[in-house]
Design a protein around this ligand. Structure first.
Ligand SMILES: Nc1ncnc2c1ncn2[C@@H]1O[C@H](COP(=O)(O)OP(=O)(O)OP(=O)(O)O)[C@@H](O)[C@H]1O
Ligand SMILES: O=C(O)c1ccc[n+]([C@@H]2O[C@H](COP(=O)([O-])O)[C@@H](O)[C@H]2O)c1
Length: 188
């Protein structure tokens, strides 16, 4: 069986906290690959400001330097909320030779009780959880915890800094910064 980590996210934009978490989980759990999964319409966010094709492209640019990282656009092909259970059922059907670990930060660990069909989902796949500043990793759900050097950064912070004209170098991969500048994202 191939062991595959899935990092689902809005990636508006992707940042080095995502890359750090993915690489730490990959090595700690000896996963073969990490698939970055941009969410079409994230279930608990009302709207995403940036169109899906741009978030997909930024995610492709972000992962370029790691040969174990791939991007999977499956959720962008579906309309309606991107429930993880639907995605993972489809991925399992299409890749019967793979065992999936869904990677989540501590904010999402806290939110697990509210996930759609969470009991069924937690029987279907494994969860890998990473710490994140300001959130507890305690949960009643079975989560493989991976302790990472906390990088206190979020897409919200990146968007805010760009809007205020502050540097995001070393917070966001250079190629993503280039894309953001070319398309004048997050400036207003
Ligand atoms: N700095 C970080 N450290 C660890 N995990 C993170 C970090 N940033 C994001 N994650 C995790 O990555 C996944 C995708 O996150 P997402 O794309 O929503 O980024 P975000 O920074 O949380 O965005 P936003 O600020 O817009 O809510 C989530 O499971 C989230 O918990
Ligand atoms: O399926 C659900 O109910 C569910 C609820 C909250 C979050 N998720 C998934 O968790 C991942 C991280 O979410 P977000 O909003 O932090 O980008 C992303 O892949 C979401 O689709 C999934």
């Amino acid at each position: 069986m191939k062991k595959v980590g899935i990092l689902g996210g809005t990636f508006d934009p992707p940042h080095n906290g995502h890359l750090l978490a993915a690489e730490q989980v990959r090595t700690a759990l000896q996963l073969d690959e990490i698939w970055f999964l941009p969410a079409g319409m994230p279930p608990h966010k009302k709207s995403t400001a940036t169109p899906a094709p741009m978030r997909l492209r930024m995610t492709e640019l972000a992962i370029q330097s790691n040969c174990h990282f791939k991007v999977n656009g499956i959720e962008l092909e579906r309309s309606g909320p991107s429930y993880t259970i639907d995605t993972m059922k489809e991925l399992k059907r299409n890749h019967p030779d793979s065992q999936f670990y869904f990677i989540i930060g501590a904010d999402m660990i806290a939110y697990l009780p509210k996930w759609h069909k969470i009991d069924e989902l937690s029987r279907l796949i494994e969860f890998a959880g990473v710490n994140r500043s300001g959130y507890s990793v305690e949960t009643v759900y079975p989560v493989h915890l991976v302790n990472i050097p906390a990088f206190d950064i979020s897409s919200t912070l990146v968007r805010k800094r760009i809007k205020e004209g502050m540097s995001v170098k070393y917070m966001v991969p250079d190629q993503v910064i280039q894309f953001i500048k070319e398309h004048q994202l997050y400036e207003s």
